[in-house]
Design a protein around this ligand. Structure first.
Ligand SMILES: Nc1nc2c(ncn2[C@@H]2O[C@H](COP(=O)(O)OP(=O)(O)OP(=O)(O)O)[C@@H](O)[C@H]2O)c(=O)[nH]1
Ligand SMILES: [Mg+2]
Length: 436
């Protein structure tokens, strides 16, 4: 039975997805994280569904839901698009941010790439600032092992203060830890609501401003965590996020008290020579430093130059001098192989299929099938089918395996990176090059 968000108590935010619980006590869990870290793979393994996965960022562009259970508790898992930050820069990132920040899921599982944990922790910290119920899922542990990167997840759990699960989702390893993590997270939420000290500490002048704003903002939102996060975001004044606040947290956006306090703070900052850019930079720096601190001692590299080969390939495939020429040659090569290479099997298939058409025609004459029927079926339906198969099948059989090879080698994200600037000029983004 499809139950509406209102009837099941889920806050009504239009993220294009109506949450469907099977039972009232089911919990809504968001699967968030950077692009291409295995969120949809985790989602598919847990729910038994088949969300699209592939080795390039930006495959998931809208929220998708699926139901699963650990045997006792039912969960509605929501696979959300990948994002690098809560300051969304694209529509998918907005969809992700709105679900995490304004849809109030019961918990957010943030999936991370174990091979570049520090970079991924930036988003983890941003989400932990926005919501109290977070589980960290460090995925791709098999890849990290291959690259001889070792992670002390217990230490990370201690430092972060949220449950951490280590997984290799593609081979279905460690996924039970996600359930354990969610359970611990939900139990703890009941015990400690509002008690935890803030994980992110901004420079003193920003902390003072947050302390001034908090009493005005807190009564208008859902709890302490969201209030502190929202105060920081109001001070940061990110244009895109402000639009979302206007849409989803009207009482805050329309409050004269909030506007007056904000103007007062900004006036004071202006008088002290503190610019808006400096505030944003100081805030961003806190997350980067915190991620660096958290990873120190948690991540160990047996081979310090483990990524030298990848960086050299990056240089070759994405630099101005070589990136574009190589990309054109590779793509041209693929199209040439596809079109020229397809001619031979096409010819062979059409010869065989048209020979069969001749046999079928003679057989129909021998058996005495009326001409109108044999003409319709053999020279009509069969011939069209034979043409389509002969013309379409060989290029597809050549193109898709080649495309998959490029995907597996990790070349496609580099194509997206190269084309990003051109696509941005058309108000699109580089990732769309892949679907094009
Ligand atoms: N080796 C390895 N590969 C994995 C693992 N989990 C996912 N992958 C692969 O990583 C790639 C990305 O997986 P997705 O599940 O599509 O990633 P996503 O985070 O949903 O990506 P977006 O929707 O684009 O943000 C796919 O090729 C997966 O097969 C894992 O644990 N180990
Ligand atoms: Mg996905």
């Amino acid at each position: 039975m499809g139950l509406s968000r209102e009837s099941m108590g889920i806050k009504s935010v239009d993220c294009g997805l109506e949450i469907k619980k099977r039972k009232e006590e089911d919990k809504v869990i968001a699967l968030a994280g950077n692009p291409n870290v295995g969120k949809s793979t985790v989602f598919n393994q847990l729910t038994g569904l088949n969300q699209h996965t592939g080795n390039w960022p930006g495959k998931t562009v809208a929220n998708a839901q699926g139901w699963c259970t650990d045997g006792q508790q039912g969960y509605v898992m929501v696979d959300i698009p990948g994002c690098y930050s809560l300051m969304a820069h694209s529509t998918e990132e907005e969809v992700a941010r709105d679900f995490i920040c304004f849809e109030n899921p019961d918990a957010v599982v943030v999936v991370c790439d174990a091979t570049c944990l520090e970079r991924n922790l930036n988003l983890v910290l941003q989400i932990m600032e926005a919501t109290a119920s977070v589980v960290l899922c460090v995925n791709l542990l098999d890849e990290a092992k291959k690259k001889k990167i070792f992670l002390h997840l217990d230490m990370l759990e201690q430092r972060l203060g949220v449950p951490v699960a280590g997984t290799a989702a593609r081979s279905n390893k460690g996924l039970d830890q996600i359930y354990t993590g969610i359970k611990r997270c939900l139990e703890r939420e009941v015990e400690e609501v509002g008690e935890k000290p803030a994980l992110i500490q901004y420079p003193q002048y920003i902390e003072d401003a947050i302390a001034r704003l908090l009493p005005v903002v807190e009564p208008k939102v859902n709890g302490k965590t969201e209030a502190r996060w929202l105060c920081a975001r109001l001070l940061d004044a990110n244009e895109n996020l402000m639009k979302a606040v206007k849409k989803y947290r009207k009482p805050v956006a329309e409050s004269e008290e909030v506007t007056a306090s904000l103007s007062e703070i900004w006036e004071e900052w202006k008088a002290a020579g503190i610019s808006q850019e400096q505030v944003s930079d100081d805030m961003a720096a806190v997350f980067i430093k915190k991620a660096e601190f958290l990873c120190n001692g948690v991540v160990e590299y047996e081979n310090q130059t483990y990524d030298r080969k990848d960086r050299k390939l990056d240089q070759l495939f994405t630099s101005k001098a070589t990136g574009f020429p190589i990309m054109f040659l590779v793509l041209l090569g693929i199209f040439w192989i596809t079109i020229t290479g397809a001619n031979y099997p096409s010819e062979l298939i059409s010869t065989v299929l048209f020979k069969i058409e001749g046999w079928l025609s003679r057989l129909a004459d021998t058996v005495g099938v009326p001409f109108i029927i044999s003409d319709l079926l053999i020279h009509g339906v069969y011939r069209v089918l034979a043409w389509v198969v002969a013309v379409m099948l060989p290029p597809m059989a050549i193109f898709f395996p080649l495309f998959t090879l490029l995907e597996d080698f990790g070349y496609l994200p580099r194509v997206a990176f190269n084309l990003d600037r051109c696509f941005k000029k058309c108000s699109a983004c580089g990732k769309q090059a892949l679907t094009m």
